[in-house]
Design a protein around this ligand. Structure first.
Ligand SMILES: Nc1nc2c(c(=O)[nH]1)N[C@H]1C(S)=C(S)[C@@H](COP(=O)(O)O)O[C@H]1N2
Ligand SMILES: [Mo]
Length: 198
């Protein structure tokens, strides 16, 4: 089967080209991408809140988050601007370790610094790679990559993975986030090439 240039490069780099979603190319660096500036964070003062359709509201500092059972994930991440990075390592806490959703809970809005928001079905936070992450590739998350705390949702384009994560709002109904309001896809499945809303 004829391959695209991008797929040929994946093959040459020693990876299986089936790992590359349509329209993406492999990057060997980790690009930094966000709107606005990197916040100056005091890790000792950072808190993560979970509220809304949950049986237990959560308000935890970083040390408390690190004390919860941790999960390590190695995943391929895909930005809508077409770069994909393979085997990105993350360590953090699964949503299921944080909160128990109510029977009505269906969606989550991730809230970050400067009111950046990203919405997801609650079920997507149960995807095996989804994590509230405080480490990447074995090191504390650097500020430019969302440290001290970010969301990681490899199953969706990476704009859903809010950096500088402050809270998870669990909802019965959906509410578009920052990019979704601007015309990007609500679902954002890289395998379906869901870049823009139609
Ligand atoms: N708070 C916040 N999170 C964000 C963004 C942003 O602008 N603000 N950009 C998103 C986009 S488009 C991408 S591709 C990833 C980039 O993460 P990285 O810089 O660690 O590669 O962060 C996502 N999370
Ligand atoms: Mo992105």
């Amino acid at each position: 089967m004829p391959r695209s240039n991008a797929e040929r490069k994946v093959l040459e780099a020693g990876f299986d080209p089936v790992r590359l979603p349509p329209g993406q190319y492999l990057t060997h660096t980790w690009p930094v991408l966000h709107v606005g500036s990197v916040p100056v964070a005091e890790p000792e003062e950072w808190r993560l809140r979970v509220w809304g359709e949950v049986e237990n509201e959560v308000d935890l500092g970083l040390e408390e988050l690190r004390a919860l059972p941790a999960t390590e994930v190695v995943a391929d991440i895909h930005c809508v601007t077409r770069w994909s990075r393979f085997d990105a390592g993350f360590r953090g806490v699964r949503f299921a370790e944080l909160a128990r959703p109510t029977a009505a809970a269906r969606f989550v809005v991730a809230h970050a610094v400067a009111d950046y928001r990203a919405n997801l079905p609650l079920a997507v936070l149960d995807d095996p790679g989804s994590l509230v992450a405080y480490e990447a590739d074995g090191e504390p998350l650097t500020p430019d990559h969302g440290g001290p705390l970010r969301l990681v949702v490899p199953s969706r384009y990476f704009w859903k993975s809010a950096k500088w994560l402050l809270g998870l709002e669990v909802r019965a109904d959906d509410e578009p986030g920052t990019w979704e309001r601007l015309g990007y896809s609500n679902d954002a499945d890289p395998w379906a090439g869901e870049r823009y809303s139609v």
